[in-house]
Design a protein around this ligand. Structure first.
Ligand code: NAD
Ligand code: GLY
Length: 390
């Protein structure tokens, strides 16, 4: 594997870069359609692919300190060689950066750099940078273009695709945001080699999600190949295949339901529970988003089993796989969240899917068969929460 230990020394001339994409997934949204390119080594082509679609050769790269240390200099150099005038803004890492304060500072910085309407913001990083930069692009000058260069597994399988952009509020995750599709998504799975294992696992939870909502065969493939996706396998093919499968699944759903009036809500399997747990733990390192999703997906399977919608075996099989790779599967795994069932239900009422005051959940009839319902019986929910939050 050509790991990016010293990416600055391996910056190639952009006229002859290695790393042709192994896969191309189209997100079909009429005039807002775009490509997702996936390939090991694709980072060597980031600049040339970006330069090819800019409206004018001017871009601002937004990234965080951790990602900048590995990938910013080669990207800046490549863009400069490709004739793009580029500035970079480096933000602190972590979920706290997805805030109004950082949005304001980022907007201010872009404007002071002379941002014009035909310029492009480039998000280089994980879901935090992607969501914040996408939202800034949605609102700056009433909308400028943006490109996603995701560098975490979570961002490569989920957040960089589909145009959901947002910041967190003290009362809940992602409560201020906009739908704003990127112009291009470029994914180099080799960038995961510099990401720590806990973060790769968090992204793996969102990968498993696609198997659980619509694709039992993909879940079964992950049961056999999950370790290769999380830790990297010789040749890197497992990661490319998992990311391509996830991006294809998400693209198809987004193409049918861009604004989440129906089917797209399935992508929130486990998220109603996850967002409540994240809010309760203060969006901190105590619980990463993907870890919360792993716990939330198990809660969805447990409650579906308690409602008689799925078998206890499927719930146990999902939990066994997530635990086998090393993900948490119950609130107790992160220590007592300090939540009563009533407090948890109160937090879940802040969810964007709440309709007519009723909490809407994604539940399952089995692995690969998710559905949306507001019909969880209150006593089933209360007694389940009182056990798992004890
Ligand atoms: P993140 O962006 O915080 O990145 C995790 C950590 O890894 C950070 O410290 C970052 O600096 C570091 N990092 C990133 N890439 C690296 C690399 N290649 N090498 C070394 N370090 C690297 O977290 P995340 O898990 O990518 O994203 C989580 C966010 O995504 C949450 O806010 C969540 O709400 C959001 N999200 C959005 C969507 C969507 O559709 N927009 C979907 C899922 C999740
Ligand atoms: N991650 C959920 C969605 O994009 O809809």
């Amino acid at each position: 594997m050509t790991g990016p230990e010293n990416p600055q020394s391996e910056h190639p001339h952009p006229e002859n870069p290695p790393g042709d994409p192994a896969a191309r997934v189209r997100v079909s949204l009429a005039e807002r359609s775009y490509d997702i390119l996936i390939g090991n080594g694709l980072r060597h082509r980031f600049a040339i692919e970006v330069a090819a679609i800019l409206t004018r050769p001017r871009a601002i790269v937004v990234t965080d300190e951790n990602v900048a240390a590995h990938y910013l200099a080669p990207l800046e150099a490549g863009l400069a060689v490709a004739g793009v005038s580029v500035d970079s803004i480096v933000l602190p890492p972590g979920e706290e950066t997805k805030s109004f304060g950082h949005l304001e500072r980022l907007a201010d910085r872009c404007l002071s750099l002379g941002l014009e309407r035909r310029d492009t913001l480039i998000a280089l990083g994980g879901g935090v940078i992607g969501d914040l930069t996408g939202f800034a692009a949605a609102v700056l000058l009433r909308g400028v273009d943006h490109i996603q260069l995701p560098t975490t597994l979570l961002a490569q399988v989920d957040s960089s695709v589909g145009g959901k952009t947002a910041i967190d509020m003290p009362g809940g995750k992602n409560l201020v945001g906009a739908f704003h599709q990127p112009k291009l998504v470029l994914i180099d799975p080799e960038t995961l080699d510099t990401l720590d294992r806990r973060q790769r696992l968090a992204g793996y939870a969102e990968t498993v999600k696609y198997g659980l909502i619509r694709d039992r065969a993909f879940f079964e493939w992950l049961e056999a190949n999950g370790a290769g996706v999380v830790d990297g396998a010789p040749g890197g093919g497992a990661r490319v295949r998992a990311i391509e499968t996830a991006c294809a699944a998400k693209s198809a759903i987004v193409a049918r339901d861009e604004r989440e009036t129906g089917e797209r809500a399935l992508l929130n399997l486990g998220h109603t529970f996850a967002h409540a747990l994240e809010t309760a733990t203060g969006y901190s390192d105590r619980l990463l988003h993907g870890e919360a999703v792993a716990i939330g997906m198990c809660m969805a399977f447990d409650i579906s089993a308690a409602m008689g919608w799925t078998s206890g075996q499927d719930a146990a099989r999902v939990r066994a796989h997530l635990e086998a790779v090393g993900l948490p599967t119950a609130p107790a795994a992160i220590g007592p969240p300090g939540l009563t069932p009533d407090a948890m239900i109160g937090l879940m009422r802040a969810d964007k899917k709440v309709a007519d005051g009723r909490i809407v959940f994604v539940m399952v009839r089995g692995i690969g068969d998710a559905f949306v319902t507001a019909g969880i019986e209150a006593d089933v929910l209360n007694s389940y929460l009182s056990v798992v939050l004890d």
